[in-house]
Ligand binder design. Structure first.
Ligand code: HEM
Length: 404
């Protein structure tokens, strides 16, 4: 039997320590010196663009099951998010959702997105001050997803508050809270709100929205997603939208602090789209993801063993010089760069990617227009602080005041 290698002492760190796991200078050093290494017991860290991409694409070799749960925690399939399912269930559900998460459908969301963005920005301007994270970036992406799902607008803010609580509760790692097992026991009001909309669509087939297509899903063998799993996937999509929150936060921070960036984007649609892509590449809102090796294998010549956890470092891959020249700089002149890893890659590629790109573009356009009329400034003494979440990267707060 092959002797399992131990921890690489020189590159050791605790992956549950957010400050280390999101220390991009440390990741760059590791990528240069030992791109596939063992920073902790039973953990293999992958940092190069090509290797992270290969692991993401190889869902047969590397499982997604349990990738958001604490060790030893197993939740039933119908309490699982899409990103923690493997075949055969994963592709079945994905086929149903694919019909809605298209570029064309994302375009249809533009009028709603633009009016929601304008209204929220105007509210902050009218108040003279506000927190662009709490009052704007946290609400907008979830509201766009909730609209696509078919929830009435008056429920959006409350839904997002509940999903935010859920995401920061003990439910993601353990599948339970102190109130009990599963989403229904832990979050009864959220459950009641979602279940009511599901029941309406079971009773009435005139609904034409994402929720209705999940309720009506049928496979040849009679398979359907089912009401319980539909509820979980709704939470998945609303909570997943919070990643777009941090992209919006990263873009807003740049707009508020870099006059050259603002000037470069004015009236230039190509650069606006590039700014969204470059933000996703350079400051990926999800810094890393997990996989588990199903069998003994190799990653770029380094042996990995069945059951080992693979820490796929998205930001490290996105800042790999081998894929992006001058990778440590935020640049608006990258012409057709390789697809960044912010949305993952392969079978689990983020379903919300078209919607997210739309949101990014609309937010920039509306901010540029607002900044022509109004002067928005970060509150004096503001210090950028990363959101308190292990994997997410973006500002916790963006307190602004209107000075003109
Ligand atoms: C900046 C915004 C976003 C980022 C950075 C992001 C990131 C990701 C990543 C990295 C994955 C892959 C997970 C894996 O491979 O294990 C993923 C999957 C997913 N995302 Fe997003 N996401 C964003 C926005 C959204 C939005 C707006 C939605 C909802 C409409 C969404 C819904 C999903 C879903 C349902 C999956 C699971 C796909 C699957 O496993 O097949 N995401 N996202």
């Amino acid at each position: 039997m092959t002797q399992r290698p131990g921890i690489d002492a020189e590159f050791a760190f605790d992956p549950n320590d957010a400050a280390k796991a999101k220390d991009f200078a440390l990741m760059a050093r590791i990528r240069r010196e030992k791109p596939v290494c063992r920073p902790a017991d039973n953990i293999v860290l992958v940092t190069r663009y090509a290797d992270v991409t290969a692991v993401f694409r190889d869902s047969k070799g590397f499982s997604s099951v349990g990738d958001m749960r604490a060790p030893g925690i197993v939740v039933p399939a119908e309490e699982s998010f899409l990103g923690e399912l493997d075949a055969p269930l994963h592709p079945k559900i994905r086929r149903v959702l694919h019909r809605t998460f298209t570029i064309a459908k994302a375009k249809e969301s533009e009028p709603f997105t633009r009016s929601a963005v304008r209204r929220r920005l105007e509210q902050i301007v009218a108040a003279g001050k506000g927190d662009l994270m709490a009052e704007f970036a946290t609400v907008i992406p979830g509201s766009v997803s909730a609209d696509l799902l078919g929830f009435p607008e008056e429920q959006h803010a409350q839904l997002m508050t509940w999903c935010n609580e859920l995401l920061h509760s003990s439910w993601p790692p353990t599948g339970r809270t102190e109130k009990g097992e599963g989403i229904a026991a832990g979050f009864p009001e959220l459950t009641a709100c979602i279940d009511e909309q599901i029941e309406r669509r079971i009773a009435d087939d005139r609904y034409d929205d994402l929720l209705a297509s999940m309720v009506r899903s049928r496979g040849d063998d009679g398979w359907s997603i089912g009401a319980h799993h539909t509820r979980t996937l709704v939470v998945n999509m609303l909570a997943g939208s919070l990643s777009a929150t941090y992209m919006v936060g990263n873009l807003l921070y740049r707009l508020l602090t870099d006059d050259g960036f603002v000037a470069a984007l004015r009236g230039d649609d190509v650069r606006i789209d590039r700014a969204v892509e470059e933000s996703l590449r350079y400051e990926a809102p999800v810094a890393f993801l997990w996989r588990t090796a199903r069998a003994d294998a190799e990653i770029a010549g380094t042996p990995v063993f069945a059951g080992e956890h693979i820490l796929c470092h998205i930001t490290a891959g996105n800042r790999d010089e081998a894929a992006y020249p001058d990778a440590e700089s935020f640049r608006l002149d990258r012409v057709e760069p390789p697809e960044h890893l912010a949305f993952g890659a392969g079978p689990h590629l983020c379903l919300g990617n078209h919607l997210t790109r739309l949101i990014g573009r609309v937010v920039i356009e509306e901010m540029l227009s607002l900044m022509e009329r109004t002067r928005l400034e970060l509150e004096p003494g503001f210090v950028w602080q990363c959101v308190n979440h292990l994997q997410e990267y973006g500002p916790e707060h963006l307190p602004v005041r209107v000075t003109r």
